[in-house]
Design a protein around this ligand. Sequence first.
Ligand SMILES: Nc1ncnc2c1ncn2[C@@H]1O[C@H](COP(=O)(O)OP(=O)(O)OP(=O)(O)O)[C@@H](O)[C@H]1O
Ligand SMILES: [Mg+2]
Length: 266
Amino acid sequence: MAAALIEVEGVSKSFLTIGGETVEALRDVSFHVEAGEFLAIVGVSGCGKSTLVRIIGGLLPASAGCVRFRGEAATEPREDVGIVFQESVLLPWRTVLGNTMLPLEVRRRSKPLGDARARSMLKMVGLSGFENKYPFELSGGMQQRNAIAAALSTDPAILLMDEPFGALDAITREQMNVDFHRIWKESGKTMVLITHSIPEAVFLGTRVLIMTPRPGRIRRVIDAPFGRERSLDLMSTAEFASLTGQVRAALGLESWPLEALSNSAG
Ligand SMILES: Nc1ncnc2c1ncn2[C@@H]1O[C@H](COP(=O)(O)OP(=O)(O)OP(=O)(O)O)[C@@H](O)[C@H]1O
Ligand SMILES: [Mg+2]
């Protein structure tokens, strides 16, 4: 059988803090991601999600275990993996177009081709017409679209996203979810999305991987079998409510007070 696109095998990670303590962030995490899949990963704050993204992206070494791409061990950043970080990494002195082209410039791609590619990615994320604006002139949602366009500019096979919509209000976030579902369909890319929004994970993911609190382990993997054609109406269906309920239960949120539940679903 051919190797999965991404294999995470027995990954553990401990940090030594400045105070000399050891923090165990991840413990024996294993899962596979198939080409074209949309894997959503949910877990409470501090359970090691960003650590996991950095390890998969080759930005941080694992303490144990390994990550393979198509069977090949990987320990460094790869050209075919784009990353959207939890905090915005747009350069304030560069325009929307300039920020989108940055990953292409770093890789020394041809300028005219890069320009055309960046413009087409900006169109895909709905930022046509904003090419010459600066990050401070954009809303939070537009800045995240800009970061997604930049991550897609090098045409990576895989896009890793760490809470890309975390700072957005609920209405903008739903719109971004619909747009992002379309981008996944149109681009045919493999997506790995970290989120702490249960509805977002179930709406976008073809599978939802649920992590335990720190040290992060895989608690459960749930299929979200809603096909490739998804609209916001899906969120009002009984099947959707049933799946979000399963994810919530797997996270162990059932026993939490009601206000904590509504925050985590935000
Ligand atoms: N460089 C580091 N040095 C020491 N501890 C770290 C370091 N990076 C992360 N940690 C610790 O590892 C744990 C996991 O952190 P991580 O950022 O991966 O969590 P997270 O799931 O992304 O949280 P959030 O949802 O709040 O973004 C936390 O306890 C954090 O304090
Ligand atoms: Mg994080």
